[in-house]
Design a protein around this ligand. Structure first.
Ligand code: ATP
Ligand code: MG
Length: 558
């Protein structure tokens, strides 16, 4: 797998090469990048790549990164999204220099439009959107000039003012750049710069009823902020020509656009529009459902910012689209959680063990919290004559080399004693209800003088002391690697078994005071995080990831 990719060995990516060159030859003394989300949804793992890239470059090189909300589509945008985006970037560990909104520049953009009109480089078109589309031509045929293309400058100015003043209805007129209807780049065939939309905007309220198009907002906003390296994804390659044309004709700060490949991961979708459908149609429980590839979903699932940054760093920056393996993301979080998680014992499917020769009431054993970090100290675990072990850790008729509990066989109970199975108790139906064992008093962990060595170590809890908790187990949200690449609707490929709830598992009492966000390794089970749905009476844990790559094992088996 990709585990061999070591970040230390990484060579410069193509953007770092460009920037090192720019700094070396004195083109810039410092650089400015920006992360420009449209506030029409929650950020997802693909955005994390763009965030790590933009902020990472100005951590590495002198300069800073702005956060700019690209808010030019009032109908789909909302302040809920603005707030979540800011929270997610901070949580990922980055700090922007300035917080801007493309809508802050609406006045300036309007001035820029007037400037273009005055230069004879823009005109008001009365054609409908269907008429404009029909005159656009095709990649192999030139388009046709609009009948309104040669309007005198004065008329254009007064009509554009009337557009702004709300005198026309939605869609009745547009402002278009006057470039070349036969241009080989279709985006250069008199692109629309402004459209009429009588809509309330989350930042500017009802001040505007004309809104700039992406191409007349993005590059201009970059320029106003003196962004040196404007990094976007590959679908904007054809837009670069228009980006440069507008900056040149307006004579404003020459920002430059660079494109890199979108980062997508398999078994999910990374498109805000599709994620919104999953939320609205209740296929998931909100944007932060732990199955979602959103930053907020990953956070609730128990991912750490470190692990997401590590993942983005490992997949790196490319010029060609490819799909990253979710297994690598899981590998990154497992690596980090192994270092930081406190170990705890939790029994999911209990089988009662009675220790017949244990005469004491109970005793308190000590166990280390985290073998990876001595600083994490130890915890107390109550031991008594009645314990739960995992039902799957016992077999009445085991095969050879079964090192767990079986009649006549010995195992170690983690941090406690060696026990031996003496008797199996069954109900009328032949179902095992209890296992009776003896323990070896000299075999206590840490002071074992029994001389007995056993191969199996089991997790357990004391029946009387255990607390119950709900556990939510997650699997991939989709059954196929790329649901958008399949026939029909992507939602047909949702995995119906992506959530499994265990209403009551038995946990050691040291977790009683856990607070939302606390991370644990349940020994032999995986990594878990306390969910915000928890109440003091009922703890709820989300499984972040297993101890091993369960899917890789499946492949090998098959
Ligand atoms: P979506 O299709 O999910 O809405 P978008 O590109 O429209 O994505 P924006 O809010 O416009 O979303 O994106 C903000 C920034 O994040 C842009 O610079 C965009 O190029 C980048 N970005 C979005 N998705 C990805 C991705 N999958 N990989 C890398 N960068 C991405
Ligand atoms: Mg977008």
């Amino acid at each position: 797998m990709t585990e061999e990719i070591k970040k230390e060995e990484r060579s410069l990516n193509f953007l770092e090469e460009i920037i090192e060159e720019d700094l070396k030859n004195g083109k810039y003394k410092s650089i400015v990048t920006r992360f420009p989300p449209e506030p029409n949804g929650y950020l997802h793992i693909g955005h994390a790549s763009s965030i790590c890239l933009n902020f990472g470059l100005t951590q590495k090189y002198p300069g800073y990164t702005n956060l700019r909300f690209d808010d030019t589509n009032p109908e789909t945008e909302d302040t809920e999204y603005v707030d979540s985006i800011k929270e997610d970037i901070h949580w990922l560990g980055f700090e922007w220099k300035n917080e801007h909104y493309a809508s802050d520049y609406f006045d300036t953009l309007y001035e820029y439009a007037i400037k273009l009109i005055k230069k004879g480089l823009a005109y008001v078109d009365d054609s409908s959107s269907e008429e404009i589309a029909a005159m656009k031509g095709t990649p192999t045929e030139p388009g046709k000039n609009s009948p309104y293309r040669e309007r005198p400058i004065d008329e254009n100015i007064s009509l554009f003012e009337s557009m702004k003043n709300g005198e026309f209805s939605d869609g009745s007129r547009t402002l278009r750049a006057k470039i070349d209807m036969a241009h080989i780049n279709m985006l250069m065939r008199d692109p629309i710069l402004y459209r009429i939309k009588h809509a309330h905007h989350h930042q500017t309220g009802d001040k505007w009823c004309i809104y700039p198009m992406y191409d007349f907002a993005h590059g201009q906003s970059d320029s106003i902020e003196e962004v040196t390296h404007s990094i976007c994804t590959l679908e904007f390659v054809p837009h670069r020509e228009l980006y440069d044309w507008l900056i040149e004709k307006l004579g404003i700060y020459p920002s430059h656009q660079y494109e890199f490949a979108r980062r997508n991961i398999n078994y999910t979708v990374t498109s805000k529009r599709k994620l919104l459908q999953l939320v609205n149609e209740k296929h998931v429980n909100g944007w932060d459902d732990p199955r979602m590839p959103t930053i907020s979903g990953l956070r609730r699932r128990g991912y750490t910012p470190e692990s997401i940054r590590d993942f983005c760093d490992r997949i790196g920056v490319a010029k060609r689209e490819n799909m990253a393996d979710v297994g690598l993301l899981e590998f990154c979080v497992r690596e980090h959680l192994n270092k930081i998680s406190l170990r705890r014992m939790v029994v999911f499917d209990p089988l009662k063990v009675v220790i017949t020769n244990y005469t004491g009431q109970e005793e308190v054993l000590q166990s280390e919290n985290n073998p990876e970090d001595e600083q994490d100290g130890t915890r107390e675990i109550p031991f008594s004559a009645e314990l739960y072990i995992e039902r799957e850790d016992f077999m009445e008729n085991p095969p050879k080399k079964y090192f767990r509990l079986a009649p006549g066989q010995m195992v170690r109970l983690k941090s406690a004693y060696i026990i031996k199975c003496e008797e199996v108790v069954k109900d009328a139906a032949g179902h095992v209800t209890e296992v009776r064992c003896t323990y070896i008093p000299e075999s206590k962990s840490g002071s074992d003088t029994s001389g007995i060595s056993v191969k199996g170590t089991l997790h357990w809890v004391s029946v009387r002391h255990a607390i119950t908790a709900e556990v939510r187990l997650y699997d991939r949200l989709f059954k196929v690697e790329d649901p958008t690449d399949e026939e029909g609707d992507f939602k047909e490929y949702l995995n119906p078994d992506s959530l499994q709830v265990l209403p009551a598992v038995y946990a050691e009492p040291s977790m009683k005071g856990a607070v939302a966000g606390d991370r644990y390794q349940f020994i032999r089970k995986g990594y878990f995080v306390l969910d915000k749905d928890s109440a003091s009476a009922q703890l709820v844990f989300n499984k972040t990831v297993g101890l091993k790559d369960a899917w890789a094992k499946e492949v090998k088996k098959g």
